[in-house]
Design a protein around this ligand. Sequence first.
Ligand SMILES: Cc1cc2nc3c(=O)[nH]c(=O)nc-3n(C[C@H](O)[C@H](O)[C@H](O)COP(=O)(O)O)c2cc1C
Length: 358
Amino acid sequence: MMINLDTIKRLIQSGLKAPSADNSQPWHFEWDGSVLSVKYDVVRVKDRTFPANSPATLLSLGTVIENILYISESYNISAKFSWSPDMISEESAGAEINLQPINSVEPSTDPINHPIFKRHTNRFPYHKTALPKQVLNEATQLSEGSARLLIINSKSLIQELGQLVKVASEIRFQTKEVHEWLGQNLRFTKEDVKKADGLDIRTLALPPGGSMFLKFISSWHRMKVLNRIGAYRLLAKIDAAPVKVAPAIVAIIAPPTPQGAIDAGRLLCRSWTYLNTEGIAVHPYYVIADQLTRLKAGTIPENLIEKAHYLKQECTQALSLGEGETLHMLLRTGYPKRTPPQSLRLPEDVIFTDTSNN
Ligand SMILES: Cc1cc2nc3c(=O)[nH]c(=O)nc-3n(C[C@H](O)[C@H](O)[C@H](O)COP(=O)(O)O)c2cc1C
């Protein structure tokens, strides 16, 4: 029994629907008739987002794998994924998913209604209403391999984490590389949005005039000048403010290894999809995890290293991280006040090659 191409395309759509940093969708999918491979598309995304072997990319790879494995079940397809450290370098990362039909591959419900396709980022304000105990209990049960999840709903700890997001964000707004990536990925006009990748500014919950300001500071040169009068402090404060008033925060924790990042990505996507299905909004914050990775890699600007060490120490303490664990992602969660516009995805001809001769 063969898996038909339409089904494969639906699996690929589910993988592409997974979250990626700045909606960069750094993936290319290839189907050879039995193996679906997912590869980092270095030609398309080089110097526009995190490199292939970064924890951020591997986290994103984990989310793609999670979605494809999840939707395969609905199609009665056995999906087994594999990856090896040899597949990962600064310019390449990926995984192979072996797909075998179990019996009938017809889905029981229309896959477009699958929860995967409803998961989204909501950067708008949330209600202060606490999340129901039953949802918190169910979410707490989730884990994947070496990755675990921590739910924080104590007001004082939420405040503390908000403060840490602010510290991390102060470093971020003084870091050329991430700032330039953001500049390249912002989509300001309808025409730009139609490119179907990057960040549609309508999803960013900006105040009036915010879009023009963002456009102005998206040049690193101008940001650097404004930083002399402390712009990074103001921007970090704005970035962290919603975290401090969130009813609950979810922390995704795993070892600081490629396997840890992939496990964390799978758990991230599973818990995010679950919360969205329960009507709870999710806003991911990668900024702390990013500074921790940069500190380890020695890429924090010299004058900010002490601040990054402080961040690491406080984060370890606040989240009671064990030996060999790091934070991979923080999620602000709560009941949404509004539904954001949906981020688009790249067309099939850009992200898919069929070599199966079907
Ligand atoms: C590794 C990674 C880091 C991310 N960091 C942030 C972040 O710091 N802030 C944010 O608002 N969204 C962040 N996102 C969410 C993406 O911007 C979002 O998933 C993407 O724009 C697609 O939108 P969607 O989630 O609505 O499908 C991150 C996603 C990933 C996978």
